[in-house]
Design a protein around this ligand. Structure first.
Ligand code: GLN
Length: 544
């Protein structure tokens, strides 16, 4: 670690269009600074009025990433955790909803002493307070703040204003990185820099001059484009950075490091430059390149047939966890998105799943496609295909086992069938009260809880420890009333809460790998530290 010099703030804004990987770019910059021995803390600011991401439709928002302290956040927090190998918390995630909620709460508590409460300075002050909170929590050298959306939108205006005020009040304490898109229109076949010039002009009109421009584009930016951006956007040529599309997001730190972005940022803050130190990331990319053996993994769920949104966004942590584990085993995963609805309409489960090396049922809610998922689980159990059930995937594996092995006819989860004669999965008692009171936001069983593992189980073998902490997001659980019946029929409860009362993991003996988790292990998988359960799952898939 380098000597502490006081916290600096790096703002990362977006220009031209959204969805260009601003989060990955910010995470890569943070990774470079971290690799030089600095302590970094990332912050994601989302512009929506939701207090957190928990109540937003997955099709709309993508994955809800859950932190150890149980905050339902944006998938970018997941990228930050994966790149930086940190566990983030409430301080690392800000939404417009949180900011307004706090300002209004203070107003109602007469904390503004009768002043009239205004967007500036009261809302901006609250934004600054929240950003500094992230600086206090872990005493980092750098707080890297990703401003959601693109410059020029109404809803992020006050956040840009807050960044300007922070620099004004404490000159030299902030830098601004603008990540913007350079299109290559097919009919022109040439990279255009004008949209970026315009987005920088929009930034200028807010009183902000970027220190760096990172140009996202399909191809590397050439010298001419860089010169133009430098000239028209008033930045040094060296501070225009090219960030083209690459084969894996884990290559981006190297791409930026190759242009000495870390050194340039440090120089601007007047700090010592440090050594280049991305060896681990270089090795990871080499491993990815070397991973040749194809692994076919079926991910079975609902949502999949909609087609008008990115599935990859909804299951990003699951996908990444599968990749991390596969690469470690020198395999190249190929994911097949299987729409369980199709199995209900009569498509043969066997025909589709026979070819697969392993089957995953990820987390989910609601009834669509459920019988199709249960059919897939039955196939995995009977045909001895490696199976990994995550949260809903564990609950539905319990239902399948109850119906077909324990012979509890019409067994179900009460989430789908409240009148089932055998509610093997039922709502947790404290959750029931919350639902009756319509208290939906941030009220699931959320965050990391300890889980104790049973001896001589797949779970224990995989983790190699007696106790683990994993992250949850659910309202339903295995009904203890049925535990004995299910265990007698052969289901193994391999993980429970410390008091033994909550079933956190199930598995089947005499099967190459059939494991269900009430938690979401994928949230803790890192590229440089793949998750043990995913490693065991992939190992089983490779063995078959
Ligand atoms: N719908 C289930 C529950 O609420 C599972 C949730 C999940 O998969 N995250 O318990």
């Amino acid at each position: 670690m380098v000597k502490r010099v006081g916290t600096r703030y790096i703002f990362v804004s977006g220009g031209v269009i959204s969805g260009i990987g601003k989060g990955i770019t910010a995470a890569s910059l943070a990774t470079i600074l971290q690799s030089k021995g600095f302590k970094v803390s990332p912050v994601k600011i989302d512009m929506y009025l939701n207090v957190d991401a928990g109540t937003i439709r997955p099709q709309e928002h993508g994955e809800v990433f859950v932190t150890d302290d149980g905050i339902e956040t944006d998938q970018d927090l997941g990228h930050y955790e994966r790149f930086l190998d940190l566990s983030l918390s409430a301080a690392n995630y800000i939404t417009t909803g949180q900011v307004y909620q706090e300002v209004i709460k203070k107003e109602r508590a007469f904390e503004y002493d009768g002043e009239d409460v205004e967007a500036i300075p009261h809302v901006t002050d609250e934004i600054i307070r929240r950003i500094k909170e992230a600086g206090k929590a872990s005493e980092p050298d750098f707080v890297i703040i990703e401003l959601g959306g693109t410059v020029g939108e109404y809803q992020n205006m006050l956040f840009f204003e807050a960044t300007r005020i922070m620099e004004l009040k404490n000159p030299g304490s902030t830098k601004h990185v603008h990540v913007a898109y350079l299109p290559i229109p097919s009919h022109l076949g040439e990279m255009k820099s004008k949209p970026v010039q315009q987005s920088v002009r929009a930034l200028n009109s807010l009183g902000i001059q970027p220190d760096f421009i990172i140009g996202r584009s399909e191809l590397p930016m050439d010298a001419r484009r860089k010169e133009r951006l430098a000239l028209f956007c008033n930045v040094a040529g060296d501070d225009v950075i090219s960030n083209p599309d690459v084969d894996t997001i884990y290559r981006v730190p190297q791409v930026l490091d190759g242009q000495s972005v870390g050194e340039k940022v440090l120089a601007k803050f007047g700090l010592p430059l440090g050594k280049k130190n991305l060896g681990e990331w270089r090795n990871l990319v080499l491993d990815i390149e070397k991973a040749k053996k194809e692994l076919k993994i079926a991910v079975v769920g609902k949502y999949f047939s909609t087609g008008d949104f990115q599935l990859e966004d909804v299951y990003v942590s699951v996908i990444e966890a599968i990749k991390h584990a596969s690469w470690r085993h020198k395999a190249k995963p190929r994911l097949f998105w299987i729409d369980s609805d199709e199995f209900e309409k009569g498509k043969s489960v066997e025909e589709v799943l026979r070819e697969m090396d392993g089957i995953v049922v990820p987390g989910g809610f609601g009834g669509r496609g459920i019988e199709g998922i249960i059919k897939s689980i039955k196939f995995a159990r009977e045909s001895k295909k490696p199976y990994l059930g995550l949260c809903y995937g564990m609950q539905l594996a319990t239902v399948e086992f109850a119906r077909h092995v324990a012979k509890l006819e019409k067994a179900h989860t009460t989430e789908i069938d409240p009148k089932t004669p055998h509610p093997v999965i039922h709502i947790m008692p404290e959750q029931e009260k919350l639902l009756i009171g319509r208290e939906y936001g941030g009220t699931m069983r959320l965050g990391a809880f300890p889980c104790k593992l049973a001896a001589e189980t797949e779970a224990k073998r995989a983790y190699g420890r007696n106790e683990v902490y994993e992250r949850h997001r659910h309202r339903y659980e295995l009904n203890n009333h049925y535990r004995e019946t299910l265990e007698k029929a052969g289901l193994v409860v391999s993980g429970t809460s410390l008091n033994g009362k909550l079933v956190e993991m199930i598995e089947l003996p005499n099967h190459p790998f059939f494991v269900g988790t009430q938690f979401h292990p994928e949230f803790k998988s890192r590229p440089l530290r793949p998750h043990p359960l995913y490693l065991s799952f992939v190992e089983a898939c490779l063995k078959k």
